[in-house]
Design a protein. Structure first.
Length: 653
């Protein structure tokens, strides 16, 4: 995309904001228009409108501008520090940590000030954990990204688990955390402004050092910089500004991802001017979306700024991604190379773990007296859910291996494609608007949502300027759009919200023998098929030029692999729900184990994913008996310590 295309977008945003502000301002200066009022009533109504204008409308504008600028700055710093276009505070787990702290504060009935403190504490604790774990690898961008994503998923899983049992108590939190910028005074603006100003000044103070991070770490160190210290300082700035913003206005996604991508399409800018442009664009986007949410309330709809930001802005981002000639893509190919060879003992151990996990999953149970082994009648109820969990884990794990090698990005996983998010969105829409269909309508609704997402992804794969980063950004945008729709529907107070949350968390309690046999059959078919792609997956991490020179037709290969990954993800979502962890974790576990060859990595990763999911499902139904923790939530809670252990036991080469 050229400058001539970007500038009209910015001008259109400015005009839109001006019109929306004008329309909303008229509502305050001409109250009671068209009504027959006495002079006293008109005076009282006018006084009330002016009070609302000064203490609600103007503070709301200020908060939208400050929060948008803060989120744009945080997203830009994340992408600069981590050299990845998918990076933002949510990717690093900082926003999820702040949200978890706020959830705990809400459950404990804390005051507003204490809740804000706990939210910022949650962000700080998440950042501290990320720093401690990443220090094992010298704060490399890849380690920071992976650790942050894992910690973020862990915090989100804890919050989803709490929401399953305390949904009514957290109803207001769902509404607020979806980006509701309604204000009653200037207090939030007064709290946001000094923190944003402090972070901007500190960023300007370290601008020369931060600007060096556009180079490789080797070049930074050779020029006298300390890449680790610079990255740590930048991480602290991101934690401060994003954690404090979340504590004041809730989680508003997409701004931190969208604003830097738009500004990157402009001609090369100096560090300071680029930073100011990102903040300006983030502020304009959030202000426009918030004013649209105000207009929607006049029509009787309860859209928040966060909903409008995702629902309205993401299609615009998809258009920009499709038209842009160049999307920034870091070179992460070395991350897919391995220095340790997996031994035969590890192969045997992986297979043994699968056998033992299967036996325990179908035999162990619990009653009021404790745990016991039972092979008789309960077996008929346990084997379907065990097989479904294992099959879904294997499918997502295979998809993770293929997608990470296709895109040369270890952050890529099947859920990044947006297929399972599309399926989840279809199911939620069906359960809310057509609740009478019950479980019968889940399959066609999920299939329709998955197919729609797949069509969009294929369009980006075969579009004019196809690239792996473009596909990943498009999938991330689709996932964010689906998450916004789901958040909006849950915040609307749907009577079957608990059922929806349970399905979204990956619960296997409703597995049937038909579902189990279908999942097993799909796994047995797709695993041998995936081995046919071994040569492709071996050449792709070498880069498109090398792969093409070795006879690989990049566009057809990319399309086939994308469709295959989407099918794997859609099948897993239809069986167990939209899980968002195994596809990322299982390839990382096998990579840490030292698997080199693709032909070996695919089956070993599938076994690892199956073991993780079956273990998660078994523990989920035993830990808080007679209640159950969904397998998707339990997989995150179980897999995070495994990933941390593997990360810490590896020494820096």
């Amino acid at each position: 995309m050229r400058k001539s295309t970007v500038v009209p977008i910015i001008m259109l945003l400015i005009v839109m904001i001006s019109l929306l502000l004008g329309v909303n301002t008229l509502h305050y200066f001409f109250p009671g228009h068209g009504q027959s009022l006495t002079p006293a009533e008109a005076h009282n109504l006018s006084l009330q409108s002016m009070l609302l204008f000064h203490y609600s409308f103007l503070p709301r504008i200020a908060v939208a501008l400050l929060a948008g600028a803060a989120l744009g700055l945080a997203g830009w710093l994340c992408q600069l520090l981590l050299k990845n276009p998918l990076a933002e505070p949510a990717t690093l787990g900082i926003a999820s940590g702040a949200q978890l702290g706020l959830t705990l504060a809400t459950l404990s009935g804390s005051s507003v000030m204490l809740s804000q403190g706990l939210s910022l504490t949650g962000a700080m604790v998440s950042a501290l954990i990320i720093f401690v774990l990443s220090s094992q690898r010298r704060l490399s961008p890849l380690t920071l990204l992976l650790t942050g994503l894992i910690i973020g998923l862990f915090c989100s899983a804890l919050q989803n688990g709490i929401a399953l049992f305390r949904h009514e108590q957290l109803q207001n939190l769902f509404i607020w955390s979806s980006g509701n910028l309604s204000q009653n005074d200037w207090s939030v603006a007064r709290l946001l402004a000094p923190v944003l100003l402090l972070v901007v000044l500190l960023t300007l103070l370290f601008s020369r050092s931060l600007n060096l991070l556009r180079l490789s770490d080797t070049m930074v160190n050779s020029l006298g910089g300390r890449s680790q210290r610079i990255r740590l300082a930048g991480l602290l700035l991101v934690t401060l500004v994003s954690g404090w913003t979340v504590s004041q206005v809730g989680i508003i996604g997409f701004i931190g991802l969208f604003a830097p991508q738009i500004c990157r399409l402009l001609p090369h800018q100096r560090f300071i001017s680029h930073m100011l442009l990102v903040m300006l664009f983030g502020a304009m986007v959030l202000l426009a979306c918030d004013q649209l949410s105000v207009l929607s309330q006049y029509a009787g709809y309860q859209f928040t700024a966060g909903n409008i930001t995702a629902i309205g802005g993401i299609p615009l981002m998809l258009f920009i991604i499709a038209k842009a000639r160049f999307i920034y893509a870091p070179d992460l190919r070395p991350a897919l190379r391995h220095t340790v060879m997996m031994t035969g003992k590890k192969y045997a151990l992986t297979g043994l773990l699968l056998v033992l996990t299967t036996l325990l999953a179908v035999s162990i149970t619990r009653n009021a007296d404790g745990l016991l082994l039972n092979w008789h009648d309960p077996l008929a109820f346990r084997w379907p859910r065990a097989v479904v969990a294992g099959s879904c884990g294997a499918l997502l794990a295979m998809g993770g291996v293929i997608l990470q090698r296709l895109t040369a990005n270890p952050l890529a996983s099947p859920e990044v494609l947006g297929v399972n998010s599309g399926a989840a969105c279809g199911v939620v829409l069906m359960l809310i608007f057509f609740p009478a269909t019950g479980s019968i309508g889940i399959f066609p609704a999920a299939l329709a949502g998955a197919l729609l997402s797949l069509i969009i992804i294929i369009f980006f794969a075969f579009g004019g300027y196809s690239s792996s980063s473009r596909i990943l950004l498009a999938g991330t945008a689709l996932s964010a759009l689906a998450a916004a729709v789901i958040s909006l529907l849950l915040a609307s107070g749907a009577p079957n919200a608990s059922q929806i949350i349970s399905w979204l968390s990956g619960s296997a309690w409703g597995a049937t023998p038909v579902m189990a046999m279908s999942g097993l059959l799909i796994t047995l078919i797709t695993l041998p098929l995936s081995l046919l792609f071994s040569r492709w997956l071996t050449l792709l991490p070498l880069g498109s030029q090398v792969a093409s020179s070795l006879g690989l037709a990049m566009r057809p290969v990319t399309g086939v692999l994308l469709v295959f990954c989407a099918v794997l993800s859609a099948c897993a979502t239809l069986l167990l729900g939209p899980m968002s962890f195994i596809g990322l974790l299982a390839p990382q576990v096998t990579r840490q184990m030292g698997v080199r060859h693709v032909a070996v990595a695919l089956p070993v990763t599938a076994l690892t994913g199956a073991v993780l999911m079956m273990t998660a499902d078994t523990l989920g139904r035993l830990i808080i008996w007679p209640f159950q923790i969904p397998a998707g939530v339990m997989a995150v809670l179980l897999g995070t310590p495994v990933f941390v252990w593997l990360l810490c036991r590896k020494k820096v080469s």
